[in-house]
Design a protein around this ligand. Sequence first.
Ligand code: HEM
Length: 142
Amino acid sequence: MFLWIKAFHLIAVVTWFAALFYLPRLFVYHAMTDTTDTVGIARFKVMERKLLNGIMTPSMIIAVALGIWMVMLVPDYMSQGWMHAKLTFVVLLIGYHHWCMKIVKTFRNDANHRSHVWYRWFNEAPVIGLFAITILVIVKPF
Ligand code: HEM
């Protein structure tokens, strides 16, 4: 039972990260699009909305729910340092996710003022979460 939950936890984590990397990439290209290109802009809005609502948010909810389920089955996880550190990074990632939701709304209202260079840096942030969480759960350094 536990291993089944862990398998689906990882599937949800993978799909969540695919979206966490790709949505900000769409912001880069959206920010580079000329305001006269109305067809291109409309297409980016649809892609951003569908990626966010169809994949990113459901994946986050499933990953977190299954993670909490595993902790409920084995409460001893909560007495381990690596788990506390992991959960800190998870909270930061959820914050990043919400920031992405806000940016999708800004683009939907044609109110973006940030450059594509800003979004390129913004796009790098989840890399830190991926490295940190993967090392924490596999190596369990403390
Ligand atoms: C509230 C959120 C989360 C909770 C409560 C949670 C909890 C857990 C638990 C209890 C395990 C089993 C650990 C073990 O058997 O060693 C696990 C495994 C794992 N989690 Fe999470 N998790 C959460 C979110 C995440 C996120 C966001 C990521 C991705 C970056 C992630 C990546 C992993 C990985 C890679 C494993 C597999 C470790 C192994 O090989 O056993 N988790 N998680």
